[in-house]
Design a protein around this ligand. Structure first.
Ligand code: NOJ
Length: 569
């Protein structure tokens, strides 16, 4: 760490998923006007940065992660003028704005792709991944795709263009063709676009699946099949596109072309499925000039088997081993980002906590304490600060997400039981994170005066921001305290991390230390009381810096109790 640690070591980021945040025009879809109405909520919470999920023009096949114009705002969300107002409104409150950068792929309606598709001779043909069918096979024949890769959104990663008889690559939906980063024109076009947004006043980027931009392409231009996957006629191509051969080169080039020489106010975070600690250390080593931090996925992959649609209970020691490894791996070089929730994950209180009425508030505040006291930059996803829970889905018609809906079609077509598929979706679908923010107890939770694009969780009458902002014991109030603590206490921001009790199945405990000052964090991640005096005697006489319950017997940790303690020196 340099003499002056970067500002984001003390910062907390809040993610806004605009579609579900606040609607201002009654069309049932959240928008920039809505965000502008809620800026004081963010300021009161005390966050330092807003990460805004995509608001660019888009056919909305993947809720804006399919961009058809990088230079504008979709009328669905508002105008560029409102975007400028948002930057100004946030900056006036001391909050920075980080945009979502989705450049592994565009929409198939982006003019670049329209032109690329228009003819094999198009000057933009090579901006995307066009390939002929497998040798000896007719276009469109089963298995004729250029590789056997399984798409993240089910089916093959290749779509046939009947006009040319060639296929294009899409790691996600067919409406999200992958850009060819091997082509220097593509890279320069992306960098120029990024510079324009920075010049406009944005403070950095969250980079969507950025470790997928380099594909492992053979000298003859071919791509490699992956090992077969169980239950589907496809293979796992990830070895060919996760952290591919040129990924560091591309990110260093981006850094030089876009960020070098700009003020220190900027923040870059790369979303990187499958990234290892060793790779993350390289990506976030400041001396290498790539990104400030990455989103890794290890801890959100511990509660399922070969796919997220096969959930199983989380084992506490797996969680400790994983977080412990990441804390240790990025202790000397690099930096962690910390999250439970985002727009792709089910709600943390339902997934890792206990959303039953008895434990919901306590488990939400306990999980938050655990996360925010780690070393790294915490991310709060909209609604997490009020303990929003998964939606009680009962029918297929209630789902909206392309990933969930495609999975259902594919799984049932391959013989899965529809009831079991639905049960897994209820637990793991991304739509759990996408129901509207619950602002108050009114019929649509204050989100819209129209019909919301996805149903509001019926629990909003009890669980809403208005009620919690007035309550000093609420999940919201607890988040405020955690965020303030990071701002005030250098041990929280910068202290070393040591995991305690790695084998214990209920109590998650660790210390943070800096210049002889130590914090001891103890969290009971279960529904029965724990003998703290027996487990960690040093905790008993320590001063309480922050807890999620009124002080009581110092020797006992109540169900879902969390305490941040400062043992006597
Ligand atoms: C990751 C994003 O977070 C997710 O929402 C999206 O569907 C995929 N990348 C594709 O852009």
């Amino acid at each position: 760490m340099p003499e002056q640690p970067p500002w984001w070591t003390r910062a907390v980021v809040y993610q806004v998923y605009p579609r579900s945040f606040q609607d201002s025009d009654g069309d049932g879809i959240g928008d920039l006007g809505g965000i502008l109405q809620r800026l004081d909520h963010l300021a009161d919470l005390g966050v330092d940065v807003v990460w805004l999920s995509p608001v660019y023009p888009s056919p909305q096949a993947d809720n804006g992660y399919d961009i058809s114009d990088y230079e504008d705002v979709d009328p669905l969300f508002g105008t560029l003028g409102q975007f400028d107002e948002l930057i100004a409104g946030l900056h006036a409150r001391g909050i920075r704005l980080v945009m979502d950068l989705v450049v592994n792929h565009t929409s198939d309606e982006h003019p670049w792709f329209v032109e690329s598709r228009s003819s094999p001779d198009s000057p933009k043909r090579d901006w995307y991944w066009w390939r002929p069918p497998r040798p000896g096979m007719a276009p469109g024949a089963p298995g004729a795709e250029p590789t056997n890769w399984h798409s993240f959104f089910s089916g093959p990663t290749w779509e046939l263009d009947p006009a040319s008889g060639e296929y294009y690559l899409h790691l996600f939906a067919a409406k999200q063709p992958d850009l060819n980063w091997e082509n220097p024109e593509v890279r320069q076009a992306v960098y120029a676009m990024m510079r324009r947004w920075l010049d406009r006043g944005v403070d950095g980027f969250r980079m969507d699946v950025i470790n997928m931009i380099s594909k492992d392409v053979a000298p003859d231009g071919s791509l490699h099949d992956g090992p077969p996957l169980p239950g589907v006629p496809y293979g796992d191509g990830s070895a060919s596109f996760l952290c591919g051969p040129r990924i560091h080169e591309f990110l260093q080039e981006m850094h030089r072309e876009v960020f070098a020489g700009r003020p220190d106010r900027l923040l870059t975070v790369g979303e990187m499925p499958g990234v290892t600690v060793e790779q993350a250390r390289l990506f976030t080593d400041p001396a290498r000039g790539e990104v400030d931090m990455v989103f890794q996925f290890e801890h959100v992959g511990l509660d399922f088997d070969e796919s997220k649609w096969r959930p199983r209970p989380l084992r506490m020691r797996d969680l400790k081993a994983s977080f412990g490894r990441w804390q240790a791996g990025l202790a000397e070089v690099g930096w962690n980002s910390l999250y439970w929730d985002n727009h792709d994950q089910p709600r943390a209180v339902s997934r890792f906590g206990d959303d039953s009425p008895r434990h919901r508030r306590d488990s939400a505040t306990c999980l938050a304490t655990l996360l925010h006291l780690h070393r790294g930059t915490p991310y709060v996803y909209q609604g997490e600060e009020i303990g929003m829970a998964n939606f009680p889905f009962t029918a297929l018609e209630q789902f909206r997400d392309v990933e969930s809906l495609n999975h259902h079609v594919q799984a049932v077509a391959h013989g899965a039981d529809a009831g079991e598929v639905l049960a897994a979706m209820r637990r793991m679908s991304r739509d759990n994170a996408r129901t509207p923010v619950q602002w108050d107890a009114s019929p649509n939770a204050g989100f819209t005066t129209g019909t919301p694009w996805i149903a509001v969780n019926p629990d909003h009458a009890e669980w809403n921001a208005q009620a919690q902002r007035a309550d000093p014991d609420s999940v919201f109030a607890h988040h405020r305290r955690l965020i303030a603590l990071r701002h005030e206490d250098p041990v929280v921001a910068l202290g070393d991390f040591t995991m305690l009790l790695p084998e214990h199945d209920e109590v998650y405990a660790f210390t943070r230390s800096l210049d002889g000052d130590t914090l001891l964090v103890v969290c009971n991640l279960g529904g029965s009381a724990q003998d703290l005096a027996g487990l960690l005697p040093e905790a008993v006489g320590a001063g309480v810096v922050l807890g999620n319950m009124p002080e009581d017997d110092p020797a006992v940790l109540r169900p879902w109790e969390a305490r941040v303690l400062r043992p006597a020196r």
